[in-house]
Design a protein around this ligand. Structure first.
Ligand code: SIN
Length: 292
C-alpha cells in the first residue's frame, strides 16, 4: 500500500466564513469545526460547512445544545431525511430519528463493526449526523473510529483499481439485522441492493471503495470463493490501515456529521456496562454510479 496518491489537507486551522474555523484532525480525514451554532446557521456558514465536509468527510461540532427540530433542520439542508429500515418495519413516533443507546442491558451496540450506514438501501444515506447526549460516566470510552474510503481507493495499486473498476457487489440488510442482531425480518424482507464496488462522491468526482463488512455479501461477477477472498482483503485494507483513519472522542452535546459515501465507521464498545446515548439523523443519497 502506498500513501503517495492520497490527498492531504492543510493542518493549520482555516477560517472559511466570518466565524467558522476548521481544525483538521489528521491530514487525511476529520476536522473539528469551531465558531458555529447549528441552531442559527446562515447560508454562507452552511456552504462553508458543506465545503469542509467534502474536504474532510467527518466534521465534529462541540457544545451543540440544540433541539431535535434544529438537528433535523440542519440535516434537511443537505437533503431529504432518511428513514432507517427498523423504523420502516416498526413505526416509531419519529421515524426520521434513529436512537443510539447502550447500557448494562445491551447485547450489541449500533455500529459495533466497520460499516457504511444502511448500504443495503437502493439509495443509501449520503450522510449521517449523530448527537450524543450521554457519554460514558467517568469521561472516557465510547469513541468512534472513522476511515476514509476515498483514501482507501487512492492507496490501492493500479492493477487492483483496474480489476475492481467494472465490478458490482450485493449489500443485504439480512446479514446485519437478522444474522448478527437476530431481528425478525419484516414482511417482504430487509432491503437489498447492488452497488458498484468503485463509485464516486458526486460533488467532487473522487473515487470511493464501496464495500463494507456489515452489509456486503458478495461481488456479483466473481465465484463465491473469489468474492470472499477479495472482500476480506478490501475490508482489512480499510479497517487496518491507520493512515486512513481518525478517532473521535465524544462529550455530551457533540454532534458529528459524516459523509457516508466517503467513509466507514465503527463504534468502540469499551464502556460496558455504562450508558451512552443520543440520536442519529441521516440524509438520503443519490443512486451510486459505477466508475472504472
Ligand atoms: C452508528 O451510527 O453506526 C453508531 C456510531 C456511534 O455510536 O458512534
Amino acid at each position: 500500500m502506498s500513501m503517495r496518491n492520497v490527498t492531504r489537507l492543510e493542518a493549520a486551522p482555516q477560517a472559511l466564513s466570518n466565524t467558522l474555523i476548521v481544525k483538521p484532525i489528521t491530514p487525511v480525514i476529520g476536522a473539528e469545526i469551531e465558531g458555529v451554532d447549528l441552531e442559527n446557521l446562515d447560508d454562507a456558514t452552511f456552504e462553508a460547512i458543506r465545503k469542509a465536509s467534502l474536504d474532510h468527510h467527518v466534521l465534529v461540532f462541540r457544545n451543540q445544545m440544540i433541539s431535535l427540530a434544529a438537528h433535523k433542520a440542519f440535516a434537511r439542508r443537505f437533503g431529504v431525511l432518511h428513514m432507517h429500515p427498523w423504523n420502516r418495519s416498526d413505526p416509531k413516533s419519529d421515524p426520521e430519528i434513529l436512537e443510539i443507546k447502550a447500557d448494562a442491558n445491551s447485547a450489541h451496540v449500533n455500529g459495533e463493526d466497520w460499516h457504511t450506514d444502511v448500504s443495503c438501501d437502493e439509495r443509501p444515506p449520503m450522510g449521517s449526523m449523530l448527537l450524543l447526549k450521554t457519554t460514558p460516566e467517568g469521561g472516557t470510552g465510547g469513541d468512534t473510529m472513522f476511515a476514509s474510503t476515498v483514501a482507501a481507493y487512492d492507496t490501492l495499486s493500479g492493477p487492483m483499481k483496474a480489476f475492481l473498476g467494472g465490478l458490482t457487489a450485493v449489500h443485504e440488510g439480512h446479514k446485519l439485522y437478522t444474522d448478527r442482531y437476530e431481528m425478525t425480518p419484516p414482511p417482504g424482507g430487509w432491503p437489498k441492493a447492488v452497488h458498484p464496488v468503485i463509485t464516486t462522491v458526486p460533488e467532487t468526482g473522487r473515487k470511493v471503495l464501496f464495500v463494507n463488512r456489515f452489509f456486503t455479501t458478495r461481488i456479483v461477477e466473481l465465484d463465491r470463493h473469489e468474492s470472499d477472498a477479495v472482500l476480506e482483503m478490501l475490508w482489512r485494507h480499510i479497517e487496518s490501515t491507520m493512515e486512513l483513519q481518525c478517532r473521535i472522542r465524544w462529550e455530551p452535546n457533540t454532534l458529528v456529521f459524516w459523509d457516508n459515501r466517503a467513509t466507514q465507521h465503527r463504534a468502540v464498545w469499551d464502556y460496558f456496562p455504562k450508558a451512552r446515548n443520543g440520536q442519529r439523523v441521516s440524509i438520503i443519497g443519490e443512486r451510486l454510479i459505477a466508475r472504472t
